[in-house]
Design a protein around this ligand. Structure first.
Ligand SMILES: [Fe+2]
Length: 335
């Protein structure tokens, strides 16, 4: 445990001692993770120092988990089965923290180990999917099943050689066919493990299907694609866009969000796309943004119907712009 000046406290760090107001009221409990929006609020309340658990941050836990996901894939390759206990242990932790974190922290702070992409990606897709599930108030059993399928959606890639998965250039037709097989292979591994129901396994099978029928392996469309797979598809694409890959650089979260939204009703479920963008909170309250007008401001309220058009308070004045009511103004960048 270490006392840090508030200026050195970063989102994702774990609080090691309750933070109290001057009247003794608990502002933040020990064990919670710092969000970007907390830092300004604590400063305004006159808090100068925060006790931080230096051995434990969300980013560190995440890196540890990526190694466990690698083990799950290795085991699946060797035995054709999932290490069920390991999956449950990861899920316990992810379900616990999904409401506590800023997703932008994952994207902006994690190590960009390109050869580890599949393992980080599995965790990201699981977290995003859980966030959607929580947002639509899935019950605990459904949420857990969605999390299981999301965490394991790409497990069929365990049989794709690294030189194809990590190939920087264009894939040959044969290589692409081999990659496409990870959907059927994942489905097969999940069913063979014997503890996952068909709905969970179908997440692996159908996560590359598209709303307009242009996906693979089945080419099914809209509601023919299972509800859970439609959630995971959105999470999968969003995470791929916001990650560095061997063959492309990442785009910023809000750029990926615009791309996702522009595909709502085309390749993605239109309703779930909006739920997704609201659930992952692309512009969290407290985020600093640059508007197309050149003004800088802070997000003060989110918008469920139009998740990319929150309310902004302009920094140098008391002016508030509700972007839903000003369609010609848009957020140009997060700053
Ligand atoms: Fe995939």
């Amino acid at each position: 445990m270490e006392a840090l000046s508030l200026d050195d406290v970063k989102p994702g760090m774990k609080i090691a001692k309750d933070i109290l107001s001057s009247s003794g009221k608990v502002l933040l409990f020990s064990g919670s993770y710092v969000k970007a929006s907390y830092i300004d609020k604590l400063r305004n309340l006159g808090i100068e120092k925060v006790y931080i658990d230096k051995n434990d941050s969300f980013i560190k836990i995440y890196e540890d988990f990526s190694i466990r996901v690698e083990d799950i894939f290795t085991n699946a390759f060797k035995s054709g089965l999932i290490d069920v206990e390991c999956v449950e242990a990861i899920l316990d932790a992810l379900i616990d923290i999904v409401g506590e974190i800023d997703f932008n922290i994952i994207l902006l702070n994690r190590l960009q180990k390109k050869d580890f992409y599949t393992y980080y990606h599995s965790l990201d897709v699981c977290l995003y999917s859980l966030a959607v599930g929580k947002n639509i108030e899935m019950d605990d059993k459904e949420l857990r099943d969605l999390g299981r399928g999301a965490l394991l959606h790409d497990v069929g890639k365990c049989e794709v050689p690294d030189d194809i998965l990590l190939k920087p250039g264009k894939l040959t037709d044969e290589e692409f066919e081999l990659i496409k097989r990870h959907t059927n292979k994942g489905y097969e591994i999940l069913l063979k493990t014997g503890v996952y129901n068909d709905s969970v396994a179908r997440i692996a099978l159908e996560h590359h299907e598209k709303w307009d029928g242009s996906g693979y392996p089945l080419g099914i469309r809209d509601e023919q694609i299972s509800f859970w797979a439609r959630i995971v598809t959105i999470a999968d694409i969003y995470d791929a866009l916001t990650s560095d890959r061997v063959y492309k650089s990442k785009v910023l979260p809000h750029e990926a969000a615009e791309y996702i939204l522009s595909n709502a009703g085309l390749i993605l479920d239109p309703v779930l796309t909006k739920v997704f963008l609201f659930a992952i909170d692309v512009y969290p309250v407290g985020a600093r943004v640059l508007l197309s007008t050149g003004e800088e401001g802070i997000v003060i309220d989110s918008n469920r119907s139009f998740p990319l058009r929150p309310k902004i308070k302009i920094s140098t004045t008391d002016k508030i712009i509700d972007l839903e009511k000003h369609p010609s103004v848009f957020i140009k960048n997060l700053i």
